[in-house]
Design a binder for this molecule. Structure first.
Ligand code: 2PG
Ligand code: MG
Length: 413
C-alpha cells in the first residue's frame, strides 16, 4: 500500500480527547526511532449505520485505553514503518472480533491513520502522496459537499431529513469553499427575514436549524443556491443542492415516518424521485433504509435518466467491502461514502475504493458529525481519487479540513 520507509515505531500512545460535541474519543500518537512524531484523532458519528464496527468496547474510551496498553502497545513498538497493510492486520488480529468490539473502531482508526502519517513524515511526503504512491499524479481535487441546514439526529427541533447540502464544484478549491459559505450566509439571511424574532441555532455540523418542515427547508436551500449561483461569484463555480436523508433514522415498521407524511417503500422512492426532478438535486445520500439494496437500485436507475445525480450509500454500506460488493453487483448506487471509522482501518477503506472503482462508481470521503480538528481527512480524496469530500461548511473542526485542502492545492500549483 505504501512504499517502504526508513524508521520504526519507538513509542505509541492512545489518549482520551474530546470531539466537537464534547464526547470523549481517542487520539493516537507515534514517535519514531528517528524522532518524527505523528498524531491522529478519530471522529464519532451520531447517526451510525447498523453495520458499522463498534467505536469503543463496552465501557467506553477508558476500557479501550486499558486494552490498548495490555494487548496492543507492545506488539506495535518496534514495527517498521511503510507497511500499512501489515500494521492494519495487526490491529485486526489483536482485536479478534468482526466488529472491532475488543479495541474499538475509533482506536484502530486513530492508530491506522497515525501510522500512515508517521510513514509519510519519514518519507518526507504529504500523507496523500505517501498513501497513493505514483498512481494519482497529478492529484485531482474533489468537489465539496457541505452541510447548510441540519435536521434529524444532528439538530434539536429541525426537519426529519438529516442534511441539506450544497455540492460545490469550481476550478479552484478555495472558490468552492467561498461558494459554500455564501450559500450558508444566504440561508441565514433568509431565515432572519422569515423569523425576525426567533433565536436561530446551528446543528452538530454547523448547518442552520430552523422550525421549518422538510419541504420548506429544501425550498430555502434551493433558493439560496440559485441566488448565489446567479451572482456569478467566480467563473466556473457551480453550486447545486443535495440531501442526506439518513432515511434509516425515520424508518419505522417498514414505513418512512416524516412529520408531514408517512410513506411506504414505493411512496418513498416516488417522493425522492419527485424531489430530485423538481429541485434538480445533484446529490442524494441514504434515501432509503440501510437494508434495502434493491430499493436503492430502483431509485438509482430512475435518477440515472436525466444527467447523473450522485446517489450515495452511507449507512447502506458502512464502508464495508462486502456490503459495497453487494451494492455494486446490484447497481444500488453510483457513489459510495467513505468513513474510515465505520470499518476501522485505512486498508479496508482502500479495499472499498477498489471495489467501487471497478464498478465505475464514485467515492466521497466524509467527516462525522462529532469531529476533531484533525486535517487528515482532506488527504484521503487525493489518495483515493475520490470525486467528493463531504465536510460541514462552518465550524473550526470542519474548516480545518477545507483549509488543509486549500493548502494542498496551493502546494501543487
Ligand atoms: C452522515 C454523517 C456525517 P454521522 O450521516 O453522513 O454527516 O453523520 O457522523 O452522525 O453518521
Ligand atoms: Mg450520511
Amino acid at each position: 500500500m505504501t512504499a517502504p520507509a526508513p524508521g520504526r515505531i519507538a513509542q505509541v500512545r492512545l489518549r482520551r480527547i474530546f470531539d466537537s460535541r464534547g464526547n470523549p474519543t481517542v487520539e493516537a500518537e507515534i514517535l519514531t526511532d528517528r524522532g518524527e512524531r505523528a498524531v491522529a484523532g478519530s471522529p464519532s458519528g451520531a447517526s451510525r449505520g447498523a453495520h458499522e464496527v463498534r467505536p469503543f468496547p463496552e465501557g467506553g474510551v477508558e476500557v479501550a485505553q486499558e486494552r490498548f496498553r495490555e494487548r496492543l502497545r507492545d506488539r506495535l513498538v518496534g514495527q517498521a514503518l511503510g507497511d500499512q497493510a501489515g500494521f492494519d492486520a495487526t490491529l485486526r488480529e489483536t482485536d479478534g472480533s468482526s466488529d472491532l468490539s475488543t479495541l474499538g473502531g475509533n482506536t484502530t482508526t486513530a492508530l491506522s491513520i497515525c501510522y500512515a502519517l508517521a510513514t509519510a513524515r519519514a518519507q518526507e511526503l504529504p500523507l496523500w502522496r505517501s498513501l497513493a504512491g505514483a498512481s494519482r499524479d497529478p492529484p485531482v481535487f474533489p468537489a465539496l459537499v457541505g452541510n447548510v441546514l441540519n435536521g434529524g439526529v444532528h439538530a434539536l427541533g429541525g426537519p426529519d431529513i438529516q442534511e441539506f447540502l450544497v455540492l460545490a464544484e469550481a476550478p479552484e478549491i478555495s472558490w468552492a469553499v467561498e461558494g459554500m459559505v455564501a450559500v450558508h450566509r444566504e440561508v441565514g439571511l433568509r431565515l432572519r427575514e422569515r423569523f425576525p424574532h426567533a433565536a436561530l441555532g446551528r446543528g452538530d455540523e454547523g448547518g442552520w436549524v430552523s422550525p421549518l418542515g422538510n419541504l420548506e427547508t429544501l425550498g430555502l436551500l434551493v433558493g439560496a443556491c440559485q441566488t448565489v449561483q446567479d451572482r456569478g461569484l467566480r467563473a466556473g463555480l457551480s453550486l447545486r443542492p443535495g440531501l442526506d436523508l439518513a432515511a434509516s433514522e425515520f424508518f419505522r415498521d417498514g414505513r418512512y415516518v416524516y412529520r408531514e407524511q408517512t410513506l411506504d417503500r414505493a411512496g418513498q422512492i416516488g417522493f425522492v424521485e419527485g424531489l430530485t426532478d423538481r429541485f434538480h438535486l445533484a446529490y442524494v445520500e441514504d434515501p432509503l433504509d440501510q437494508e434495502d439494496f434493491e430499493g436503492f437500485a430502483e431509485l438509482t436507475a430512475r435518477l440515472g435518466r436525466g444527467g447523473r445525480t450522485w446517489v450515495v450509500g452511507d449507512d447502506l454500506y458502512t464502508t464495508d467491502p462486502d456490503r459495497v460488493a453487494r451494492g455494486m453487483g446490484l447497481a444500488s448506487t453510483n457513489a459510495v461514502l467513505l468513513k474510515v471509522n465505520q470499518v476501522g482501518t485505512l486498508t479496508e477503506t482502500r479495499r472499498v475504493v477498489t471495489r467501487a472503482e471497478a464498478a465505475g462508481a464514485w467515492t466521497v470521503c466524509s467527516h462525522r458529525s462529532g469531529e476533531t480538528p484533525d486535517a487528515w481527512l482532506a488527504h484521503l480524496p487525493l489518495a483515493f481519487g475520490s470525486r467528493g469530500l463531504k465536510t460541514g461548511v462552518l465550524g473550526g473542526e470542519r474548516m480545518a479540513k477545507l483549509n488543509e485542502l486549500v493548502r494542498l492545492r496551493s502546494r501543487e500549483s
